[in-house]
Every structure is written in structure tokens, then in C-alpha cells.
Design a protein around this ligand. Structure first.
Ligand code: HAM
Length: 437
């Protein structure tokens, strides 16, 4: 019987896996430019960690966690996000002690949410993120938002909308929740069962509802901006101004409340603005300021700010819009038509890989035309052809598979010439790209 992948999970194979690695390495490299150090926390945590942080009024805790009792009877949850685990780790390892604040960590890894699978929404997916804890400042908030933006432009994405809002200080939030409760109480009979629950647990959550009829009701709800204290308004405006100064435009979205309970103050999301022919996959990333999270999980009351980006969603947009030259292919496919030459080619391939080339070669005797077809299918840039004549002359034929130009190269000089051929190949590609623009 065939065993299928678990619903909502996906295999990431070959060229696609290369794309994920490229995105993740770019992301971690960028975070390190801003002084963030890598942190790796466990995929499993004690369930109360998420109840206290992500929060009992969030959809994640209510409906989406993979929670089970382990053989020792402890309630364990597969992490639905990494922020809570990073905070737990900061406390468990006392990373704040004797540290120059803020402490700054970056991470990448799998998360698990029992969501309805659809475009860009998986039950196992990967997040890249950063957290900066211990020195609250509007510059720190702006730095985190700019890291996400830097990543998006580094992987070739333009047309990015950065939505921003403030959930204000405690008093503003409390007043706003009262106003929302009053407004939604008048409409709640017509709203979905989740919203009925949200009205009691946290009316802010209703602003996030995706049910079309409820969205219409949400449109008439009071706006957070009308309830922000002067200090919260000034803070939000300062973050917006700092970002504008470095060329990052933001758009205030008064309904942006984010789906996790730990946020206070500035919250933000990145959306891909151009939607023609592209599935609506939701936010590419998001995050915000959290004043009480570290204290909630047993640490000192240091404020923090962080962001997380969905690697699956970034990969989808890169594939659909930027269309990098996938598959990456190999540099040289070495052809051998006889057993004796195949035997020699094994060592030649080994030597050339040592010189940094991506090499494949054939192990079964086949005709030249069939091997050339294989080289093309594998996206090889060049074929190296070695026959009896070439062996006698101590040379190989190198054929450019795009232009079909063929040159003969002495074995003594092989490594140098192959390097210049590859360099010339890439220079040509870049010229072509320039013309296309
Ligand atoms: P989040 O908005 O829940 O925030 O997730 C961040 C990103 O993860 C989303 O914008 C999306 O790109 C991706 N994502 C979420 N769920 C899925 C899914 N089911 N399938 C594919 N991708 C998904 C957080 O997780 C917060 N921890 C962000 C943060 C860090 N806030 C402060 N620090």
C-alpha cells in the first residue's frame, strides 16, 4: 500500500531545496550583518509555553497546535512558531545576564500548525526570524522591520507593501477593547462561531476574521488609531519616519492586529503587492513589539521586537515572479563511449570536482548522441567529450551546449581553460539578462 505524505506537508526536492537553502542563507547572512547571532531551539516544547505566550485567545492555541502527551505523561507541543521558544531559551540559559542589551538572535527552522492547507499555507512550514530583546527603542523596531525588507529585496522581490499599525500601550488597548466589544455586541448574532468566542476572550481577534460577511461588519468597527495615546502615536510616527529616511515606505493598516496575543505597540506585515496570476498566499512575514513576553515565560521584564518570514511563501513568490535560472544545472557533463574511457573519466570527474566544478559523467556505455541528449536534459553548460583520438592527443573536446561551439583543450591546461569557459559563460548570461530588461 502506498503511503502518502501527511496532509499539509510537502517534500522539498532538488532545485526547489536549493532555492530554500539560498533564501535561508541569504536571510541568516543579512541578520548577521545587523549583529544577530544564530539560535537553535527544540522543535518540541512544554505546551504551557505557548498557552502563556502565543495566548489562549489566538487561533493558533485554540485550533492549530499539534499537542500530545509523551510517554512520561507530559503535555508536549510541536512549536507553531519560534519566538516563544527563543524567549524560553533566553530564560533557561540566562542569556540576559551580563549581556550588552539588546540581545539579538536569528533563527530558521520548521513550525507546525494544524491549518486548512491551501496556497502558501502548510501544516509543516519553515520560518526565518529575528528577535531583539532588552533595549526598547523606535530605532530597534525600525531595524527589525528593515531586516525583513532587506531580505525581500535581496532575493529579488520588489512591489512589497509594508503594513504597519500600533496596538498602543496598555491603557489605549484596554479602552479600544471596550469600544470594540460595544460595537461587535450589536452584530454578534450574525457573526461566525469563532467571532462569538473572540468577543468574550479578546475582541481584537475579530479584526483578523477571514469570513466575508464578518469582514463587512469589521469595516464599520472603531479604529485603533482613534484610541492611541499621544505617546503611542508619536512612537509609531517616529518608526515610520525612520523607515522612510532609509527608503522604506509603510502603509498604516488600522485593522492589522496580528494573530498572536503577545504583541503590544508596533506591529507590521509584508505583503506582495502584485497579484496578477499569483495565488493570494497571505503575508510573506510579520512581527511586532512585545513588552511582556519575556516576563510571561519567567524572565525579567525586558521588552522585545521580532519578525518571522515564511520560507515557503518567499520561495513561491521567487519562483513565480523573479524566476531565477532554475534548475541550476551542472557545469560539465563528461561523456565516455567505451568502458576504458568511462574508467578514466571517473578519476577525471573526481579531479575536476576538487577544482570546484559541478560534474557528472556516465557509467554505462552509450552512443555520443544519446549522451549529449542526457547532458542537455541535465542542464549541463558544457559537454566534455573524450574519444580514442582525444586520448592519443592528450586533449579533450569541450562543447558549449547552448552555442554548440566546440574547442579542444590540452589535458595539461584543462583546469585553467575550464575556469575561463565557465566565467565567459556567466558573463554572456549577464549580458543577455541586461538586454532583456
Ligand atoms: P506569524 O504571522 O504567525 O508570526 O508567522 C510569520 C510568517 O510565517 C507568516 O507571515 C507566513 O509567511 C508564515 N506562515 C505562518 N503560517 C504559515 C503556514 N501555515 N504555512 C506557511 N507559512 C506560514 C509569527 O509566527 C511570529 N512568531 C512572528 C514574530 C517574531 N513576532 C515577533 N517575533
Amino acid at each position: 500500500m502506498e503511503i502518502n505524505p501527511v496532509k499539509g506537508t510537502h517534500d522539498i526536492i532538488a532545485d526547489e531545496a536549493n532555492l530554500y537553502t539560498m533564501i535561508e542563507q541569504t536571510a541568516m547572512g543579512i541578520a548577521q550583518l545587523y549583529g544577530y547571532k544564530e539560535i537553535r531551539t527544540p522543535v518540541i516544547e512544554h505546551t504551557p509555553l505557548f498557552l502563556r505566550s502565543v495566548g489562549e485567545s489566538s487561533d493558533i492555541v485554540n485550533k492549530e497546535m499539534y499537542t500530545f502527551d509523551d510517554k512520561g505523561g507530559r503535555s508536549i507541543t510541536l512549536r507553531p512558531e519560534l519566538t516563544a521558544g527563543v524567549m524560553r531559551s533566553i530564560v533557561s540559559n540566562k542569556l540576559y545576564a551580563n549581556a550588552d542589551l539588546p540581545i539579538k538572535y536569528c533563527y530558521v527552522g520548521p513550525c507546525f500548525r494544524y491549518e486548512r492547507p491551501q496556497a502558501g499555507r502548510y501544516r509543516q512550514f519553515n520560518q526565518f526570524g529575528v528577535e531583539a530583546v532588552g533595549a526598547p527603542s523606535c530605532y530597534q523596531d525600525a531595524e527589525v522591520i528593515s531586516i525583513g525588507h532587506h531580505l525581500l529585496s535581496s532575493i529579488g522581490l520588489r512591489n512589497i507593501k509594508v503594513l504597519i499599525n500600533s496596538l498602543g500601550d496598555e491603557e489605549s488597548r484596554a479602552n479600544y477593547k471596550v469600544a470594540l466589544k460595544e460595537y461587535f455586541s450589536k452584530h454578534i448574532d450574525k457573526m461566525c462561531p469563532d467571532c462569538k468566542r473572540r468577543l468574550e476572550t479578546n475582541p481584537l481577534r475579530i479584526l483578523d476574521c477571514k469570513v466575508p460577511e464578518d469582514i463587512e461588519i469589521v469595516k464599520g468597527a472603531p479604529k485603533m488609531t482613534d484610541y492611541l495615546s499621544d505617546a503611542s502615536k508619536a512612537y509609531l510616527n517616529k518608526v515610520i519616519a525612520i523607515l522612510k529616511d532609509i527608503g522604506i515606505e509603510t502603509e498604516i493598516d488600522t485593522n492589522l492586529v496580528r494573530g498572536l496575543d503577545y504583541y503590544t505597540g508596533v506591529v507590521f506585515e509584508y505583503h506582495f503587492a502584485k497579484t496578477d496570476g499569483i495565488d493570494n498566499i497571505g503575508a510573506l512575514g510579520g512581527g511586532g513589539h512585545y513588552a511582556n513576553l519575556l516576563a510571561e515565560v519567567g524572565g525579567p521584564s525586558y521588552e522585545g521586537i521580532g519578525l518571522a518570514m515564511g520560507v515557503e511563501r518567499l520561495a513561491y513568490i521567487v519562483k513565480s515572479v523573479v524566476n531565477p535560472k532554475l534548475p541550476i544545472g551542472i557545469d560539465f557533463y563528461i561523456l565516455g563511449m567505451t568502458e576504458q574511457i568511462i574508467d578514466q573519466n571517473f578519476a577525471l570527474a573526481d579531479y575536476l570536482r576538487g577544482a570546484g566544478f559541478i560534474i557528472e559523467t556516465n557509467y554505462a556505455t552509450k552512443s555520443m548522441s544519446s549522451l549529449l541528449k542526457t547532458a542537455l536534459r541535465k542542464n549541463a553548460k558544457f559537454a566534455i567529450i573524450i574519444g580514442e583520438d582525444e586520448i592519443a592527443k592528450k586533449e579533450v573536446a569541450v562543447k558549449n551546449l547552448k552555442t554548440q561551439d566546440q574547442t579542444y583543450v590540452k589535458l595539461d591546461d584543462l583546469e585553467n581553460v575550464l575556469h575561463s569557459l565557465i566565467n565567459a559563460y556567466y558573463a554572456d548570461e549577464m549580458k543577455l539578462e541586461g538586454k532583456e530588461e
